[in-house]
Ligand binder design. Sequence first.
Ligand SMILES: *Cc1c(COP(=O)(O)O)cnc(C)c1O
Length: 384
Amino acid sequence: MTETFKKIPIFRPEVTDTGLPQELRISISELLKQGCFIRGRAVLDFENQLAQYLSTNNVIAVGNGTDALLAALMALELNKGDEVITPAFGYPAAAEMICLLGLTPVLVDVDWNTFNFDPVQLEEAISPKTKVILPLHLFGLPARMDDIMQIADKYQLTVIEDAAQSLGSDCVVDGKKRKSGTVASLGCTSFFPSKNLGAWGDGGAIFVNRDDPKLWNRLRSIVNHGQEKKYFHTMLGMNSRLDTVQAEVLCYYLSRFGDNCRRRVRIASRYTESFSQLESLELPLCAEVNSYVPNLYTVKVAKDRRDALQSFLNKKGIASQVYYPLPIHRQKAYAPFVRTPVKLTNSEQLPFCVLSLPCFPSMKEWEQEAVISAVKQFFRESHV
Ligand SMILES: *Cc1c(COP(=O)(O)O)cnc(C)c1O
């Protein structure tokens, strides 16, 4: 069987197996009758249900996760040249939006094991121009929000969490478990199909985590062309909304979200158990106080073996992916805008070592067995 199985993807949407679920057949047929594709009832329902799940004040659904970050930054009324501190290693959507607004991304290094903000470096990077800290919970591993919030308090900075990869993960702050994305005053997430809560297209949301009607109203306006009421535009905004079909889809997946998170956790635990004896493989580590819903299971392999492992897996029909091959300060588009006051040792090295393995709720047991045995075989045969 090892040589003949079908290709194992890095991600496969649940519908590929189940087809259109009955609940959605009904709700989407209803929606077709009403024809309310924009700002339909399901959008509000979804915002409320997600706010309830996260135990937060308000959720504003938007067109995608990048828009969520852009709108959150716009709502803070920053000035050109103000600095936003964000990690140098990770998906660059936040850094990109920071540049687009004429702000300066200040990049700091990440911890080797957790891929997240190093709080000591974070504090070193603060300057008089710093206004915002923008941590990222990479691969679903929660950043150390306890430390980050303390630093933010000390220097009176606003924090925006990029929770695009971490929906469902918990952070422990002041001894209490809080959902990632809801600890800072603002959180952002994405419903890109492969994210922990995925739609059938694009989607995103902003979490307004404090009782702050002014901020909430500003954000509502910003994502709706800066309108205070219809056809009265009081600030510069954008057009970003979740459409009603995606909201129906997300209401359905939110009802199954707990189960799907547990599946992700189970798959990651099984990898961790199976690979614990492999000295050549470094496994993702979660800061012990935090609980983690993996979006990707990302291992580290000695530099000279990583590409060999990837092509070995590929030959066996197993997809894997290098997230991410180039740190943000090395990207041509952002390099002219960034400030890098601290050493970015790990962010420089990680792109050569990381490899993400398939880890998604509809992954079958035999598929994971195949991945595990292929990885073990690689290290057995290459004697490293
Ligand atoms: C996916 C992702 C985004 C962007 O989300 P989109 O919905 O694709 O715009 C932002 N930040 C991180 C960390 C992401 O993984």
